[in-house]
Write a protein that binds this ligand. Structure first.
Ligand code: F6R
Length: 612
């Protein structure tokens, strides 16, 4: 999604804006631009595609000035192009925007009827026209800005420069996040703490409806009603170093390899390695014995984490669970019963559909919890209960370490629920906690499968379609595996429950369609092995990921020749989905690298989806 940076500084601003925009690349974008207050007024440079294209545009026509705004655009209204790239300018006003102005067509029609001409197809440009019109009436800056905001419907985070208002940036948020960064004698605005991270780690999070007038060393923050408010500055830990690739080729590769630490950080926030059970503060924060049902809401990879966790909550704790993609849930008018605990799962904590679903649950009087990785995000602040994951900043668009951190937190909470509902005794709670605490070591071992996986990706990268099969907890993992492969390698992939194969998808099996079978040695292994036979009998090429190679069925003919077995570490079935996430991620990663795609910023995708 779009990223925003604004700087009122004491040094040439263009290189600093570019540095920040590079930090925002992870959100996904298809054009970028900056505007700087120069001796000639406000000047813009914009470019389609990557930041390096913008850099070239600035090298060709440098911009001298210390105050500016910048933007990475993920196209919603209007194709990715220079004319639709932000900043947009009209009259005195230059604006960058993240979100969607839902009533832009109506506002634009009104202004066009007065003869105004638009330069772009975006919804954003209307903001420049509206604010310019307000200023033209002679209204003071703050009144004009508030009047403009009052007319906008939809979601926005904004940063705005006004000609004639030197060393001032206006900002506002509704629906899309925005932070104010505090420097010594400089001020910043950014989509998140990472955007202002190169300059400061002291930020104030704006709340829904807030707007701000930023000066050289001041931030005058107003709430939606226009009252002056104080949003305290906090020190954030997202240091610049955390968002460097180091010696890795891609952020995704780095993040996959960080999982022993990121899962350990998350697990130890919930489980006490010393006492060997769930931490007392976690138990004190929730009482699952009073919960009648869990309603998990999430999107994409986070939805698959929730789907895997459902098995654990139901099996271990006897707690009924519904899991639904937030975009469907929010428009379905679901029937809720008393005692439901709604759990939003989200890396960013800002995903528009998940946030809206969470708010809907609150409006129905349900208690809500948020499993989020960005602890200062809107979901983290708005949910009744915060269950943080500790993956650290995830920059690669394809979620990896955030996913395993979500699993770590949710599986720990399933143990909590089982204990509180009297389904397990203290000894079993301790045993399960130890099993979970052993997962980071097994994840480290699973990273050793890298070489075996690289060897099969040459073949896999030539496929047009790939099928993933799993049973039990590895069924949602098969869905996640297929998602990971398609989003970064652009190979069409589908995940199925292995038992569902013969109810339709088996018609797709031929010698050109690799079938990835996720088969930990558990009570369902034999059944999955039978499905492997069914695939092989139809000439399918099987890639089997298992810790029981000795139990893999003996195949004959071409099926035997094409069979690939990748050995995974032995593990307790309770954590199999967590440990088998690693080969699934590596398979997608190496296939994408082999194909030469843009692994960290796959086409059309955004990291944080703040529009519906
Ligand atoms: C896929 C991926 C997405 C996100 C989804 C939800 O690799 O990253 O499917 O999982 O957009 O995002 P969050 O977790 O930020 O709510």
């Amino acid at each position: 999604m779009c990223g925003i940076i604004g700087i009122i500084g004491n040094e040439p601003v263009a290189p600093r804006l570019l540095e920040s925009l590079r930090r925002l690349e992870y959100r996904g974008y298809d054009s970028a631009g900056i505007a700087v207050q120069t001796a000639k007024g406000t000047e813009r440079r914009r470019a389609e595609g990557k930041i390096r294209n913008l850099e070239t545009a600035i090298e060709d026509e440098p911009l001298a000035g210390q105050v500016g705004i910048g933007h990475t655009r993920w196209a919603t209204h209007g194709a990715p192009s220079v004319r639709n790239a932000h900043p947009h300018h009209f009259g005195q006003v230059t604006v960058v925007h993240n979100g969607i102005i839902e009533n832009f067509a109506e506002l634009k029609a009104g202004l066009m009827a007065q003869g105004e001409v638009y330069d772009s197809d975006t919804d954003t440009e209307v903001i420049a026209h509206l604010l310019n019109a307000e200023l033209a009436t002679g209204a003071p800056l703050r009144d004009a800005f508030k009047a403009t905001l009052d007319r906008l419907h939809g979601a926005y985070a904004l940063a705005i420069l006004i000609d004639g208002e030197d060393r001032t940036i206006l900002g506002a948020r509704r629906g899309s996040p925005l932070v104010v960064g505090w420097g010594g004698d400089e001020m910043y605005l950014g989509s998140d703490a990472l955007a202002v991270g190169p300059f400061t780690n002291r930020v104030s999070y704006l709340e829904e409806g807030d707007w701000v007038v930023l000066g050289q060393n001041s931030a005058e923050i107003h709430d939606a009603a226009g009252n002056l408010v104080n949003r305290p500055a906090v020190t954030v830990s997202a240091s610049a170093a955390l968002v460097e690739k180091g010696s890795y080729r891609h952020f995704m590769e780095k993040e996959v390899h960080e999982q022993p630490e990121s899962t350990q950080r998350t697990l130890t926030a919930y489980l006490d390695p010393v006492t060997g059970g769930v931490r007392a503060d976690i138990k004190a924060g929730v009482d699952f014995s009073t919960v009648s049902r869990l309603q998990i809401i999430a999107c994409g990879t986070a939805y698959y984490a929730g789907s895997i966790a459902r098995y654990a909550f139901e099996k271990l704790a006897g707690l009924p669970v519904d899991v639904e993609v937030a975009s469907e849930f929010r428009y379905r008018s679901p029937a809720m019963m008393p005692g439901v605990l709604a759990v939003a799962v989200s890396q960013s904590g800002e995903t528009a559909d998940t946030l809206a679903a969470l708010r809907w649950c609150q409006s129905q009087g349900l208690k809500t919890a948020a499993v989020v990785n960005v602890h200062t995000s809107t979901m983290a602040r708005e949910a009744d209960l915060l269950w943080p994951t500790h993956a650290g900043p995830e920059i690669g668009v394809a979620s990896t370490k955030a996913f395993t951190a979500q699993l770590s937190a949710l599986l720990s909470l399933a143990v909590t629920a089982a204990a509180q509902r009297g389904r397990i005794n203290a000894a079993e709670e301790g045993r399960l906690a130890q099993v979970l605490l052993g997962a980071p070591g097994l994840i480290a071992e699973a990273l050793g499968m890298d070489g075996d996986i690289v060897r099969i990706t040459n073949d896999l990268s030539k496929a047009r379609d790939v099928i993933y099969l799993g049973r039990g907890e590895t069924y949602p993992l098969a869905l996640e595996g297929a998602l990971k492969l398609k989003e970064i390698s652009y190979i069409h992939a589908e995940g199925y429950a292995a038992g569902e194969l013969k109810h339709g998808p088996i018609a797709l099996i031929d010698e050109n369609t690799p079938v990835v079978v996720i088969a930990p040695d558990d009570e369902l292994f034999e059944k999955t092995a039978s499905n492997v036979q069914e695939v092989a009998a139809r000439g399918g090429r099987v890639i089997m990921i298992t810790n029981a190679p000795q139990k893999v069925p003996t195949l004959s003919g071409d099926a035997a020749k094409s069979l690939k077995v990748i050995q995974a570490p032995d593990c307790d079935p309770f954590i199999a989905a967590l440990v088998y996430s690693v080969p699934i991620q590596l398979l997608a990663y190496h296939t994408a690298v082999h194909k030469g795609t843009d692994v960290d910023q796959p086409r059309n995708l955004a990291k944080s989806v703040t529009v519906e």
